[in-house]
Design a binder for this molecule. Structure first.
Ligand SMILES: C[S@@+](CC[C@H](N)C(=O)[O-])C[C@H]1O[C@@H](n2cnc3c(N)ncnc32)[C@H](O)[C@@H]1O
Length: 312
């Protein structure tokens, strides 16, 4: 099963640098979510679409020497950077797998924790649903799935500036045309629940970006990697784009300009634990096609009817 959608931003050097800076800027938020879950020593965990950094080092430290961290990444260039980084840091419990998250050889129900950050928002909704279902399938019963994606709802500057509005609208149009969705953050709890996760919890993180904060210029970085697509769509001419970019750079450099970041939405939940019991009341049964394969196998071996209940 292959993912039909290419990564919106591609795998070039500008995107690589943007992702490395972004991962550093999001460490505090990631740590607070991992502490809230929390991640236990000895767990086997997977970071889907880990990019060149992801949260691999944080996971490595939390699962400890008896645990294992697997990063899955499709872009070869990002895999190479991630591999060099874990070697440099001597993180012996981390392994990077190069490939499509949908077509790995991982056994179902073999992880205690599955995570993605900023992967879903690059996909159209049916692909988002498919990826969340796939992540749940990788989890052991009772395992935890965690999602982190942006929502553009809080993204603003004050005083407002026409170049901000023009460039960010052009960016959003190009992003959507490439299959991305910059309002994904708000959909995360729904994506989890509709895929069957239980005990869903949500945290939102918003912040003002002071002068000197690397995220303050982040929008310029996004525009940089999306420039070719914006120009190809004919939304702005090259000189219009350059003029607005210059004006926006000046506006953001002004310490009196307030810049507020995208909303980072974090949502996590657990895979239901199934239990088997002898069938006593057919009306309480759930559709047989929803039974986990192990339950069906045990039922066949025991040669007795069973009914599956979900534990919340
Ligand atoms: C915005 S980046 C985020 C990287 C990382 N999760 C982080 O937060 O720093 C999205 C990453 O997901 C990867 N990706 C997208 N679709 C993928 C797929 N189907 N399988 C594996 N990686 C994928 C992209 O190559 C890219 O590195």
């Amino acid at each position: 099963m292959n993912c039909s959608v290419d990564y919106v931003f591609g795998g070039d050097g500008a995107e690589l640098r943007r992702l490395v800076a972004q991962a550093a800027g999001l460490e505090t938020e990631a740590a607070s979510m991992l502490d809230a879950i929390p991640i236990n020593p000895g767990w086997r965990v997977v970071d889907i679409g880990c990019g060149p950094v992801g949260i691999l080092a944080m996971l490595s430290q939390r699962v400890g020497p008896s645990g294992a961290v697997v990063g899955v990444e499709r872009e070869r260039r990002f895999v190479d950077v991630a591999t060099d980084d874990i070697e440099r840091r001597r993180l012996s419990n981390v392994e990077i797998v190069c490939g499509d998250a949908f077509s790995t050889d991982f056994e179902e129900a073999s992880f205690d924790f599955a995570h993605e950050r900023l992967v879903l928002m690059n996909l159209p909704q049916p692909e988002q649903q498919r990826l969340v279902s796939h992540m749940l399938a990788l989890l052991k019963p009772g395992g935890t799935i965690a999602l982190q994606d942006y929502d553009r709802v809080s993204c603003l500057c004050y005083p407002e500036h026409p170049s901000w509005t023009i460039l960010l609208d052009a960016y959003s149009t190009a992003f959507r045309a490439s299959g991305g969705n910059s309002s994904t953050g708000r959909a995360l709890p729904w994506l989890l629940r509709s895929a069957g996760a239980r005990n869903v919890q949500t945290k939102v993180q918003a912040r003002f970006l002071d002068v000197g904060d690397s995220r303050r210029a982040h929008h310029l970085g996004l525009l940089d990697v999306m420039r070719a697509k914006i120009l190809a769509m004919g939304q702005l001419s090259k000189s219009e784009f350059t003029g607005h970019e210059r004006a926006l750079r000046q506006h953001i450099a002004d310490p009196d300009t307030l810049v507020m970041d995208h909303l980072l939405v974090q949502a996590w939940g657990s895979k239901p634990i199934w239990r088997l019991s002898v069938l006593v009341d057919l009306r309480r049964s759930i559709p047989r096609q929803l039974y986990p394969p192990k339950a069906v196998a045990i039922a066949a071996t025991a040669k007795m009817p069973v009914v599956c209940h979900q534990q919340t």
